[in-house]
Structures are given as C-alpha cells and as structure tokens.
Ligand binder design. Structure first.
Ligand code: ZN
Length: 199
C-alpha cells in the first residue's frame, strides 16, 4: 500500500558484514532481491492466492525479498501477488518496523475511516476511500507461529488493503461505483497510450 504523505521508513540500518535480512531470524548471508512490481491489468493481481503450505527457507526468502522490494518502492505494505507470487503472504512497515503475515484473515473490523489510499500496483493514483477504521487480523509469522496484528487508521488500512490483494482484489473495487468506472476508464486509456497505433 502507498500513502500520499512522505513516508519515513523505519528500516533498520545495514550492519557491516552482518545479515542482509530485514526480519529477525531470517536466513543469514543470502543476498536479497528487488522484484518488479506487477501493475493494474496483470491477471495475477485478480487471482485469489493460495495458502502457503511450507514454512521453510523459501518462504523466509520470499518475505525478505518482498520487504526489500517494498522499501525500494517505497511503500508501507506489499502482498506476494504484487511480485507475481500467488501465495497468501504480505509484508508491511508503517513506521514501527517490518512484519510479515502468512495466511492472514481479518477477524474483526470496526468503525469507519476515510483515507487517501494508494497502491504500488496502481502507481501515481490516490483515492479517498472509506473503510472500517479498526482491523484485526490473525495469521502466522514466517516460522509458522500464530500471530495477530491490529490497529486503527493506517495500521487498520494496511491490514485490509494487503489482505484484499491476497483475495485478488485491488483498491479500485473499494471505490464507489461511479468513481470506479471513471478510474477504470482512465487506467485503460493510459494503458492504450503506452502502445500507440501507427498513423
Ligand atoms: Zn496495493
């Protein structure tokens, strides 16, 4: 997820000769990678992701690569389908440090909050979107331990936005009907502009 305001990442500083890992207890000594972010129109973004079955090195590596990609963007949250991996995992950092959630589910939503919301997969666009203000999600960390995250405002929004991605849903689907139609028209026109026709 993306915020319009200037975002100060809380990414821990690199330790010379230390682990490139961002999350604690991730693999040591393996270089992480930054992936291209899939954008609107890519079918992987409209596909419901599958539960991660193995809490193995591959999953830890994926979380680390996703965090690198998110910080590089920079964004406050990134879901696996956004780098083309149809697996139920997202990473986020709203300024309190990085975390990852595997196979997360929303278990509680309350209140209402309007926020200028953006998405790394729909670059350069923001919409005032009203959603519940408080969210609580239950899932697992990369080691398979049960975890819960909850929060109001930005935290609540990130949880809802990223878990939507895992269900194959973009923020466009949270827009009011008329705004959504207009947004889709603009995005399609933009896509056409990228492929000009001769003559
Ligand atoms: Zn997004």
């Amino acid at each position: 997820m993306l915020t319009r305001s200037t975002y100060e990442p809380s990414r821990p500083p690199a330790v010379p000769g230390g682990s490139p890992s961002i999350l604690p207890n991730l693999i040591k000594g393996v270089a992480v990678a930054i992936f291209p972010i899939r954008t609107f129109g890519d079918p992987v973004l409209r596909t419901a992701a599958s539960d991660a079955a193995d809490f193995d090195m591959g999953l830890r590596r994926l979380a680390d690569d996703m965090l690198e990609t998110m910080y590089d963007a920079p964004g406050v949250g990134l879901a696996a389908p956004q780098i083309g991996v149809s697996k139920r995992i997202f990473v986020a950092d709203i300024g309190d440090g990085p975390f990852a959630m595997v196979n997360p589910e929303i278990v509680d939503l309350q209140g209402s909050w309007e926020f200028d919301e953006g998405c790394l997969s729909v670059p350069g666009r923001f919409w005032e979107i009203k959603r519940p203000g408080y969210a609580r999600a239950r899932g697992f960390d990369v080691d398979g331990r049960p975890v819960e995250y909850e929060g109001e405002e930005l935290m609540g929004r990130v949880l809802q936005h990223e878990i939507d991605h895992l269900g194959g849903m973009l923020l466009l689907e949270r827009l009011a009907r008329r705004t959504r139609k207009q947004a889709l028209r603009e995005l399609r026109e933009e896509a056409l502009d990228l492929k000009p026709v001769e003559g």
